[in-house]
Ligand binder design. Structure first.
Ligand SMILES: Cc1cc2nc3c(=O)[nH]c(=O)nc-3n(C[C@H](O)[C@H](O)[C@H](O)COP(=O)(O)OP(=O)(O)OC[C@H]3O[C@@H](n4cnc5c(N)ncnc54)[C@H](O)[C@@H]3O)c2cc1C
Length: 518
C-alpha cells in the first residue's frame, strides 16, 4: 500500500530525493524542505521511521545548548577528547565535521517550534577522558499525537513492543517515535512529500557523471525520479539480508537483527556501488545480546540487574553489565558463546532481570524451550544441556564475588555504566547472588541494532567513488555508510547522532549545487 503525504501523486523531479525515512533521512528532508528545496522522501515499507522509530531516540550530539541548559560538564572539546580516546584509526576530518556540526544542527532544529530536545541521563560506554558523568545524550521531548499532523503520525512505525509483540501502542509519541513524528511533520509542513511503499532499486548518472536519478518500484510499477540538486541515501544497513551479511562476514544473523522486518536489506548500498560508489564493508554493526524468542528472532537486551551469562561450557566470559555493544562483541569472539544462556533466579518473580525489547511471555518461552526453569542447578543443567558440575562451580564462584563485592574475573560493578541499571546488590550494586530458586536459563543469541559498513563518504557526506573522488549529486548518511565511529559505539545515541549530523552536512552541501534543469 502506498501513502503519499504532501501531494496527490509523485512528481517526476524534485530538488532533493531522500531514500529511507529513519532519523538521518528525515533530518535531511526536514532541513531541505525548510530551506525551500522541493523534497521527496521514499520509504519502501508502509511505515516511516524504520529502526529509528523503535529506538529510544537518544542522540549523541555533544556540545549543544541542550547539555548547557541541563548544566552538564559537556563541551565540544570534551567530546573531542573522548572520541580521541575511544575511536580506533578514525578519519579526523569526519570526526571534526561531526563535532562542529552537532551544536549547529541542534540549534537549527530547536529553532523550529515542532522540535525540542532534552537531556536524558544514560551513562556513556567507555571510561575515557572527556566522558560526562551520567552521559551527554539528548532526545526529542515526547509529544502527543494530536499536536502533530495526523496524516504524518498515522504513518509513524509503531513502537517495538507493539510491532513485534502486539502490545498496545501509545497516544504520546516518545523516544524514536517522537523524533520521527516531529521531523516528518516538519517535512510535510514545509511542502515536502513523503511516500511509503516505494522501494528504491537503482541510481543513474548523467553524461557529466552526476547522480541525477533514482529508480524505484512503486505499487503501480517502476518509477524514475530525477534529483535536481542531490540524492541523500539514508536507508539503513544490510542487517536484514542473510546473503549480504554472509558476503561481508558480519557477525550475527538476519533473523536476530532488531531492524523491523522487511526494511534494511542493503540493496540501496549495492545500487550506489553499481554506479561507482566505494564501499567499506567492515563486518561492523551496533551489536547487542539478543534474547532468543520462540519465533527464532532475537531481541535487544540491556541493563541486566542480576544473573549471569554463560557459554556452552557453562563459563562466564565477560562483565554482563558492560554496554550492550561491547558485550555483543565478546559474544562474537567465540562460537561457544552463541547461543549463550543467561542464568537468573526467582527474585523478580520469573521475569528476566533486564530490559528486553520485547521480553516475550515467560510461559511461551518455557513452552518453547527458549527458557528453562528448574528447582536446582543440576536440573537446570539437564534442561539446557550445560554440564551440571561446571554450572554449579561457575555459580558458586559468582556468588562468592557477590558476597565480597569483587568480581575477580571481569570487574563487574566497577564502572558507572554497570551500576546505571543494576542497583540491588550489596556491597557491590551490580553483583547479586543467584540463590533464590526456582532458577531460570534464557537462551541468548547475537543481535544488532543495524550494520554499519557501507558507502564511503567524506566530511560533507558526499559519496566517494573507488578512486576517492566525490560522485556529484550523491550523498549518504546513517547505517547506509561506513560509520564515522568504526568499530566503536561511544555512547547512547551514537547511531542517530551520526546519521543526523551527516544528513545535515549533506543538505548544506547539496543546497550549494547548481539546480540541474531536467
Ligand atoms: C529498541 C532499539 C532502541 C534503540 N535506541 C537507540 C537510541 O536511543 N539512539 C540511537 O542512536 N540508536 C538507537 N538504536 C539504534 C538505531 O535505531 C539504528 O541503528 C538507527 O536508527 C538506524 O538508522 P537508519 O536511518 O540507518 O535506519 P532506519 O531507521 O532503519 O531507517 C531506514 C529506513 O529505510 C528504509 N529503506 C531501506 N531500504 C530501502 C529502499 N530500497 N527504498 C526505500 N526505503 C528503504 C527502511 O524501510 C527503513 O524504514 C536503537 C535500536 C533499537 C532496535
Amino acid at each position: 500500500m502506498t501513502s503519499i503525504v504532501g501531494a496527490e501523486a509523485l512528481e517526476q523531479s524534485y530538488d532533493v530525493v531522500v531514500v529511507g525515512s529513519g532519523g538521518g533521512a528525515l533530518t535531511g528532508a526536514a532541513l531541505a524542505a525548510a530551506a525551500g528545496l522541493s523534497t521527496v522522501v521514499l520509504e519502501r515499507t508502509d511505515w516511516i521511521g524504520g529502526t529509528s522509530a523503535y529506538s529510544g531516540g537518544a542522540c549523541w550530539l555533544p556540545g549543544t545548548a541542550v547539555q548547557q541548559r541541563a548544566g552538564l560538564p559537556d563541551s565540544t572539546e570534551g567530546a573531542r577528547s573522548y572520541l580521541a580516546a575511544v575511536l580506533e584509526d578514525p578519519d579526523p576530518s569526519k570526526v571534526e565535521a561531526m563535532l562542529t556540526e552537532a551544536p549547529r544542527l541542534v540549534e537549527r532544529l530547536e529553532a523550529d517550534p515542532l522540535m525540542e530536545f532534552e537531556w536524558i541521563p544514560f551513562a556513556e560506554y567507555y571510561d575515557a577522558p572527556g566522558r560526562v558523568p551520567m552521559g551527554r545524550s539528548i532526545q526529542p521531548s515526547a509529544i502527543r499525537r494530536d499536536q502533530l499532523d495526523a496524516a504524518v503520525t498515522a504513518l509513524v512505525r509503531p513502537p517495538v513492543d507493539k510491532d513485534r509483540a502486539g502490545k498496545p501502542g501509545r497516544s504520546t509519541l516518545s523516544g524514536g517515535q517522537a523524533l520521527i513524528g516531529r521531523l516528518a511533520a516538519m517535512v510535510a509542513r514545509d511542502g515536502g512529500v513523503i511516500a511509503t511503499g516505494v522501494q528504491v532499486t537503482g541510481f543513474g548518472r548523467d553524461d557529466d557523471g552526476r547522480a541525477d536519478r533514482v529508480l524505484a518500484q512503486g505499487p503501480d510499477g517502476p518509477l524514475e525520479i530525477t534529483a535536481r540538486r542531490g540524492i541523500l541515501i539514508a536507508a539503513g544497513g544490510f542487517e536484514g539480508s542473510p546473503d549480504r551479511r554472509a558476503a561481508h562476514a558480519t557477525p550475527g544473523d538476519a533473523a536476530w537483527t532488531m531492524a523491523p522486518h522487511g526494511t534494511n536489506t542493503g540493496e540501496v548500498i549495492d545500487a550506489a556501488a553499481a554506479i561507482g560508489a566505494a564501499t567499506d564493508f567492515s563486518g561492523e554493526g551496533w551489536f547487542c545480546p539478543g534474547l532468543a524468542q520462540p519465533d527464532g528472532s532475537g531481541t535487544f537486551t540491556l541493563g541486566f540487574r542480576s544473573g549471569l551469562m554463560v557459554d556452552s561450557n557453562a563459563q562466564r566470559y565477560g562483565n554482563e553489565c558492560l554496554p550492550y555493544d561491547r558485550f555483543g562483541r565478546l559474544m562474537a569472539q567465540a562460537p561457544e558463546r552463541i547461543p549463550s544462556w543467561y542464568l537468573f533466579d526467582d527474585r523478580e518473580g520469573g521475569r528476566l532481570p533486564a530490559i528486553a525489547m520485547p521480553e516475550g511471555d515467560p510461559d511461551e518461552h518455557l513452552a518453547a524451550g527458549t527458557w528453562v526453569k528448574a528447582d536446582t542447578l543440576e536440573a537446570l543443567g539437564a534442561g539446557t544441556g550445560l554440564d551440571a558440575d561446571a554450572l554449579r562451580a561457575t555459580v558458586e564462584r559468582f556468588n562468592g564475588y557477590a558476597a565480597t563485592g569483587v568480581d575477580e574475573e571481569f570487574g563487574r560493578g566497577q564502572d558507572e555504566y554497570d551500576t546505571f541499571f543494576a542497583s540491588a546488590g550489596s556491597p557491590n550494586k551490580a553483583l547479586v547472588p543467584l540463590d533464590q530458586p526456582p532458577f531460570y536459563a534464557a537462551r541468548f543469541v547475537l543481535s544488532d541494532l543495524g550494520t554499519k559498513g557501507g558507502l564511503v563518504t567524506d566530511a560533507t557526506a558526499r559519496v566517494l567513488d573507488v578512486d576517492g573522488a566525490p560522485i556529484p549529486g550523491l550523498y549518504a548518511a546513517s547505517n547506509s555508510t561506513a560509520s564515522v565511529f568504526g568499530s566503536a559505539y561511544p555512547g547512547p545515541g551514537a547511531p542517530l547522532g551520526a546519521a543526523m549530523t551527516f544528513a545535515s552536512l549533506a543538505v548544506q552541501d547539496l543546497s550549494r549545487n547548481q539546480a540541474q534543469s531536467i
